[in-house]
Design a protein around this ligand. Structure first.
Ligand code: SAH
Ligand code: SF4
Length: 371
């Protein structure tokens, strides 16, 4: 006979954790203690949760667990960037990257195994799609990264100050799990991040942006990449379903829902001769009129058989100047972690594609268990 499934406490929001303890006939305050043990101290074995009674520790071991995926690979780069490959099951792995920059430490997390949206410049998209990540699998990425620095108590300041959903997958197509995981990231009993410092990046799933607007207050980034529908549909095929007019309306609505939301980030990967001309910069200015935003120009990260090249720095500068001249905020993203293939758009993990599309050149990352 199968053993009853244990509840993985890593996945629970504060409200769910309280309900869980109440269901055991315990005071809901136990939720506070256990969340701190897990997320602040990195303790996964109930036996070490010393401020709980012995009886409760034994009971928890029977009905619950704190389970994280196996770390298949971890790599710490010379510039401080850290990357993990987490093995989810026999066939699938995901990547998570930590990028330090002065006092800021940004963790880039994945939300799905692969991605079904097939953007032409994205190596994750080229791998196809396998499945959504669970809440536990999303939170585990923060847990593992935090643990690589040691328990919070021993650290002067939190190494992870920002989380961006810019790893593998389209976060808004895994809505419930992403929102719950974000709630744990924002919770003081979880990772205590400010809502301005947790960013969901989306290719533009309009109905989900509208739903997000009213569900949780987070920062939003849109993967824009083109100033007109024809080009955007080529680069980001989901644009055919949710064209720019509806996307811009949805962005304005997102900002209007909470007065503290000041602006949206517009991501724009610079592709030589494709979307980087002066005329396209001017078109972009027109498109973004009336949408408070900042434009982040991203150097394209090449991958094998990619059909594009990175724009030349002078071209990027020219493009940026036109945006700045029109009064827009516009920055150029630094590339980091190139030496360990950890830059954005290079997160590939291992995906068994369940869509009909088959990437012939599917990247193979060696999965080795660390000693
Ligand atoms: N699916 C979401 C989040 C993951 S992609 C989205 O599309 O927004 C995270 C960011 O990396 C997006 O802005 C995406 O456009 C960008 N990106 C993808 N491939 C890239 C590449 N090869 N070089 C640079 N940025 C890339
Ligand atoms: Fe998916 Fe984002 Fe890559 Fe597009 S850019 S294929 S939405 S991960």
């Amino acid at each position: 006979m199968n053993e009853p499934k244990k509840t993985n406490l890593l996945a629970l929001t504060r409200a769910e954790m309280q309900a869980f303890f109440e269901s055991l006939g315990e005071h809901s305050y136990r939720a506070h203690q256990v969340m701190k043990w897990i997320h602040h101290h990195g303790v996964v074995d109930f036996a070490y949760m010393t401020d709980l009674s012995k009886a409760l520790r034994v009971r928890l071991a029977e009905v619950a667990c704190v389970q994280t995926p196996e770390i298949a690979l971890q790599h710490f780069s010379q510039d401080g960037t850290r990357k993990w490959v987490l093995k989810l099951d026999a066939a699938n792995a995901i990547e998570t990257v930590f990028i330090p920059d002065g006092k800021r430490g940004t963790l880039c997390v994945s939300s799905q195994v692969g991605c079904a949206l097939d953007c032409r410049f994205c190596s994750t998209g080229k791998q196809g799609f396998q499945r959504d990540l669970s809440v536990a699998e999303i939170i585990a990425q923060v847990f593992v990264a935090q643990q690589s620095f040691g328990p919070l108590d021993n650290l002067g300041q939190r190494p992870i100050t920002n989380v961006v959903f810019m790893g593998m997958g389209e976060p808004l197509l895994n809505f419930e799990a992403v929102v719950k995981a974000a709630q744990v990231m924002l919770d003081d009993l979880g990772y205590g991040l400010s809502k301005r410092r947790v960013t969901i990046s989306t290719s533009g799933i309009v109905p989900a942006i509208d739903r997000l607007a009213e569900t949780v207050d987070l920062s939003l980034a849109i993967s824009l990449h083109a100033p007109d529908d024809a080009l955007r549909t080529q680069l980001v095929p989901v644009n055919a379903k949710y064209p720019l007019k509806s996307l811009m309306a949805s962005c304005r609505n997102y900002l209007a829902c909470y007065s503290e939301r000041k602006r949206i980030t517009m991501e724009y990967v610079m592709l030589e001769g494709v979307n980087d001309t002066a005329q396209q910069a001017r078109q972009l200015v027109t498109l973004l009129q009336g949408v408070p935003c900042k434009v982040n120009l991203i150097p394209f990260n090449p991958f094998p058989h990619a059909p594009y090249r990175r724009s030349r720095p002078a071209q990027v500068e020219r493009f940026q100047k036109i945006l700045l001249g029109a009064g827009l905020f516009a920055s150029v993203r630094k590339t980091r972690g190139d030496d360990i293939d950890a830059a954005c758009g290079q997160l590939v993990g291992q995906v068994v594609d369940r869509t009909r599309r088959q990437a012939q050149w599917q990247a193979q990352i060696p999965v080795q268990t660390l000693v």
